[in-house]
Design a protein around this ligand. Structure first.
Ligand code: ADP
Length: 373
């Protein structure tokens, strides 16, 4: 690793903060850019640049003195990143890959072109087009761009639902009969070495599509786990990725695997890797983009991850509740210290539970859930 490398992260959320924590272990200085000057990473970055990662000029200004740029969210200006790349800054993932993934429709077309199984879907310009699909309902409608945590996803069950649908370029997908949702995080370095984390199971709250909890390893038939890993690795290779990509997948009720979406950055399905894996996803990303050998992704212990969502009961008794949580062995607290008042439902932290068996973890998770809700 070269001395005094200047590394920048576009985005200053909790994923960036966890990445910085691991960068400190490697003795690195990290600059962060986010439009919110109270973003969770702002307190930890060596230098913090408060500006919009979607602005061409701001990204150029931020990036021109850096050696390497990476991202912790996809909403960034790819034209500026392309220009920085031409002037010698290394950008991981590549601007082409970021652009491909920013749009759920081009992402799906890419996956299909690589022979990856996906739910069939079509692009629509807006609400008016949806009436042409009335006789094919139910369908899943997703904004092509800028959806996250389920905020750009809705199920259209009847013609009446079309009245409340998003009126913007979207992707209309067949509704999948989902048995289980899983994610595989894959790392790939410049030498083409690929290493994958064991599939993790993700359980979403039914009404809002927001992640409720996550278990690693996913309780999955061995053959399906192998298929999921092979698909995720094929995607990382097809992208020519240097870094990490989280591949979110559905296991259907008839045991097929369909790839849902890609995130070429640290991902909440890999929070547990900090405590449960030999090498965390954050350290793995740093190793990949710094040209270092990839680390061992093996799970040392099963784990369970729950988000702490902003709610009055937790916030009003925070000190007491944190004491109760930390009194439980194998409970690891990650508090994001988000500023800017209460907003019920937003992610303000997460808990990772580790123990020797899934059964022990699941029962401990019930206790944790009562404390945080
Ligand atoms: P986001 O980018 O907001 O995370 P996703 O595409 O991951 O959006 O969708 C969020 C959730 O919506 C998924 O995890 C899944 O629970 C549900 N979902 C997405 N697509 C489909 C589909 N085609 N059929 C059924 N459920 C779906």
């Amino acid at each position: 690793m070269r001395e005094n490398l200047k590394i920048g992260i576009l985005g200053g959320g909790q994923l960036g903060a966890m990445l910085i924590r691991h960068a400190i272990d490697f003795g690195l200085d990290i600059s962060v850019m986010d439009k919110n000057d109270a973003a969770p990473s702002s307190r930890y970055a060596s230098s913090f640049y408060c500006a919009d990662p979607l602005s061409f000029d701001d990204v150029i200004e931020f990036g021109k003195g850096l050696d390497i740029i990476t991202i912790e969210m996809e909403a960034v200006n790819t034209a500026a990143l392309r220009q920085l790349e031409k002037s010698g800054v290394k950008v991981f993932p590549t601007p082409d890959n970021i652009e491909l993934i920013q749009d759920k429709f081009t992402q799906k077309q890419f996956l299909i072109s690589q022979g990856i199984p996906v739910a069939p879907g079509e692009a629509v310009d807006g609400k008016a087009d949806l009436h042409n699909f009335e006789n094919r309902l139910p369908l899943c409608l997703k904004k092509r761009r800028n959806g996250y945590d389920g905020y750009g996803v809705m199920v259209l069950r009847s013609a009446a639902d079309i009245q409340t649908a998003f009126d913007e370029p979207s992707l209309l997908e067949e509704l999948v009969d989902i048995k289980q949702e899983i994610a595989v995080i894959v790392a790939r370095n410049e030498q083409g070495v690929v290493k994958s984390y064991a599939p993790a199971a993700m359980v979403f709250s039914e009404e809002k599509f927001i992640l409720d909890y996550q278990i690693a390893p996913a309780q999955l038939d061995g053959e399906l786990a192998g298929q999921a890993t092979a698909l995720a690795e094929k995607i990382a290779v097809a992208l020519g990725l240097v870094g990490i990509v989280a591949v979110e997948m559905f296991v259907t009720k008839d045991d097929r695997i369909l790839v849902n979406e890609l995130a070429p950055r640290p991902h909440n399905s890999g929070h547990h890797t900090i405590e449960a894996s030999v090498t965390s996803q954050y350290e793995q990303l740093l190793r990949a983009i710094l040209g270092l050998p990839l680390g061992d992704p093996t799970l040392r212990t099963p784990s369970f991850m729950l988000n702490i969502l902003d709610n009055a009961s937790f916030s009003n008794n925070k000190e007491e509740k944190i004491k109760e949580l930390l009194d439980l062995p194998g409970v690891h607290l990650h508090w994001y210290n988000k500023k800017g008042g209460q907003r019920p439902g937003r992610k303000i932290g997460h808990i990772t539970i580790t123990d020797s068996t899934i059964d022990k973890i699941v029962s401990k998770a019930e206790t944790v859930r009562k404390i945080i809700n």
